[in-house]
Design a protein around this ligand. Structure first.
Ligand code: FAD
Length: 663
């Protein structure tokens, strides 16, 4: 870890004028190569990272911030500062870091995951609409997380999901993670964010973070607000974007927040006494809100859409808890649910899960027309969505005469453009997640967490490319070659973009002949280089599938002339036609496999034949459950490359979507 005196002399805030401070480069410049899903952490480096964020130095008095005499001021520098560690922020940070950027991620709570963390326990859904659109589970980082969680957390423990996200970030060499740290101010110079201010009261540190790019993944657009970006709140009028589903008049009303709970059967009578302030619930409240199971609370315990979901959070928490305890009192003590006698709550949320607050305006505001495919495909498509347009009454639980949601299924999965993932006013500010640039109507679909995650992956990857090339997001979008480069970089990391296929000129597999030990029907060996990595249910046009005999099965690439190779990447089948998420709902969970997915190749070897005819084993893997696997090795000159599959996680066929090879 290198320290430097290169702290800017400029004031961050007026209050900081003339301060002499502590300046720390987060990572030694050029210290590490870009990592990937298969990179292994270096334990001493993880430990050394803590010195950078809480330095031990004498002369503390010189590092005080005016007005904050007990806080220690630390300067950090990076390529991308991510504010907010929900699904969008986690994926933005990982994507940028794996593409070579030095990242600082500030998350204001102790856990990552936002509404998917154990604090809220909301299950991650996305373009496949639960099981409504089979085949469209998102690829990329969110798939990597889902697969790890399913394989290692069959017991469905939410805290293990938190731990998985923590593990991914602390294990990523290019990420510095600041938990319990809130971003609260931004210094903007000439339309760019120059530095942000963050504080961790638990460690008594103030961080002044200078970054080349920034990503607001706070859900609440806090960083964008501080930077003076144009913000939207609530419903637009129908006239503004001519959206049929928009309300006639604009309003500041929003979707409300929710508190979930979990409960289980203890096999013995479990009495329940509600607090004195619990609401008194009767049948009239539940006309449109049926109680059909008890294990996973009720998302329709929603409140606050007619207040301010940021300013009034404390009151919203109270109202939600009063409804939760009132509803559970009704379940337990009304006499209408005799089977609930042996059930008891074993967890109740204390963090209101926020659905909606501010959104940032980008160069493009995504609207209902975009989602319905009426505006054609955007040239700068970087991610997909597909959840229905899922509107809730702002009154939430109190709107007892209205159903708690109205959902309109979209005809198809839609593409999200990069222009909706950066601020139109602040030139180095990306946005992703529920605060992305959408109309309220479009937001009712984009807000689900797998969609937030893929927006994060797109924004993080774009940020890394902007830093590498010294350009702004708007300049990137304006350059067709740069957009092509971004899309290809995203596909290489298994991000899904509808209608875009692998055309990576650096991928040497694309020029190879392909043969195999066998193949079923249309699942030809050549499919592994056709550029597409997804089949719809019942189709096999983009995968190779072969019977797995006692000797296994193989697929081979051959080149006329030897090729220099040092990296190979494989995309396996992980059963995209099934839903996969961590949920406390027994009925949703019954459709998932909480284990390695049976289609996925478990044991395999990579074998190359060299120029001189010798065969070398480049990699041998056992126990795989991931979709995307990367292998790096000392450069070789290969005439052919064989993937030899010896076992899967259950199926009796070997399956592979893609092989890529790089020099
Ligand atoms: C009850 C409920 C039900 C829902 N149902 C579903 C569902 O079934 N499936 C689904 O996929 N989605 C669902 N959603 C929507 C989804 O949870 C959110 O839209 C999604 O979590 C947004 O992700 P995000 O990363 O943008 O933000 P969040 O998940 O809100 O994460 C943002 C994070 O940033 C942190 N943060 C905020 N401000 C700062 C700051 N200044 N500095 C540092 N950190 C900060 C926050 O603490 C938070 O952890 C539901 C939401 C709710 C509340």
């Amino acid at each position: 870890m290198s320290r430097s005196n290169r702290a800017s002399r400029r004031d961050f805030l007026a209050a900081a004028a003339g301060l002499s401070t502590y300046s720390v480069y987060v990572l030694a410049e050029g210290s590490r190569p870009a990592s990937g899903a298969d990179s292994a952490p270096d334990l001493p480096d993880i430990r050394a990272g803590f010195e950078a964020i809480s330095p031990m130095e004498p002369g503390l008095a010189a590092r005080r911030f005016e007005g904050e005499p007990h806080m220690t001021l630390v300067d950090l520098e990076c390529d991308l500062l991510v504010a907010g560690g929900g699904p969008s922020g986690v994926c933005a940070a990982l994507a940028a870091a794996r593409n070579g950027a030095r990242v600082v991620l500030c998350q204001d709570r102790s856990r990552l995951g936002g509404n998917s963390s154990s604090e809220v326990k909301m299950h991650v859904v996305g373009a496949n609409n639960h099981r409504g659109r089979p085949g469209w589970r998102e690829g990329g980082i969110i798939e990597e997380l889902r697969l790890d969680d399913a394989a290692n957390n069959p017991q469905r423990c939410w805290e293990l999901w938190d731990l998985l996200l923590y593990d991914k970030l602390v294990s990523e060499p290019n990420v510095t993670l600041l938990l319990d740290t809130v971003v609260f101010a931004a210094d903007v110079q000439g339309g760019r964010i120059d530095r942000v201010m963050a504080r961790c009261d638990k460690t008594e540190h103030l961080y002044r973070i200078s970054s080349k790019t920034y990503a607001d993944c706070t859900g609440d657009s806090r960083l964008a607000l501080e930077a003076g970006a144009t913000i939207r709140w609530g419903h637009e009028s129908r006239a503004e974007f001519n959206e049929p589903l928009a309300w006639e008049e604009p309003t500041r009303e929003t979707l409300g927040s929710s508190v979930l709970f979990t409960a289980r059967d203890f096999g013995t009578p479990m009495p329940y006494a509600p607090p004195s302030w619990a609401r008194k619930i009767d049948e009239s409240h539940l006309r449109f809100r049926p109680i059909s199971s008890w294990e996973y609370g009720y998302w329709w315990i929603e409140w606050g859409g007619i207040t301010d979901t940021i300013r009034d959070n404390e009151r919203i928490r109270f109202e939600l808890l009063s409804i939760v305890t009132g509803v559970w009192d009704y379940v337990k003590n009304s006499g209408k649910f005799p089977g609930a006698e042996t059930w008891a709550m074993d967890w109740v949320g204390m963090v209101p899960g926020k659905r909606e607050s501010r959104r940032v305006e980008g160069d493009h505001v995504l609207t209902q027309h975009d989602l319905m495919g009426l505006n054609g495909e955007p040239n700068d498509a970087v991610a997909i969505g597909g959840w229905g347009l899922d509107e809730h009454p702002p009154g939430g639980f109190d709107a007892i005469e209205q159903p708690p949601f109205v959902s309109i299924k979209l005809p198809e999965v839609y593409n999200i453009p990069l222009r909706s993932l950066y601020s139109k006013d602040v030139e180095n500010l990306f946005i992703a997640g529920r605060n992305a640039s959408c109309s309220h109507v479009a937001f009712t679909s984009t807000r689900v967490m797998a969609t937030c995650a893929v927006m994060g992956q797109a924004a993080g990857t774009a940020a890394a490319l902007c830093v590498r090339d010294g350009i702004t997001p708007r300049q990137l979008v304006g350059d067709d070659r740069a957009v092509f480069g971004l899309q290809q970089a995203l596909l290489r990391d298994d991000q899904t973009i509808k209608g875009v296929r692998n055309e990576d000129p650096a991928d040497l597999a694309r020029s190879a002949r392909v043969s195999a030990s066998g193949a079923y029907e249309s699942s030809r060996p050549e499919n592994v280089t056709n550029g597409l990595v997804r089949d719809m249910e019942g189709e096999m046009d983009n995968r190779w599938i072969a019977p797995l005999s006692a000797d296994g099965a193989w697929v081979e690439l051959d080149w006329d002339a030897p090729q220099e190779l040092s990296r190979v990447q494989l995309t396996f089948d992980t059963g995209f036609h099934r839903e996969l998420t961590l949920t406390s709902s027994d009925s949703h969970n019954s459709h998932m496999i909480r284990a390695p997915q049976p289609e996925t190749v478990r044991d395999y070897a990579l074998i190359a034949r060299l120029e001189d005819g010798r065969e070398v084993e480049l990699a041998r893997v056992s126990g795989n459950h991931q979709r995307l696997r990367r292998h790096a090795f000392d450069p070789i000159r290969a005439k052919s490359l064989r993937v030899h599959v010896s076992a899967t996680n259950g199926e009796d066929t070997a399956r592979l979507y893609e092989i890529r090879c790089y020099a």
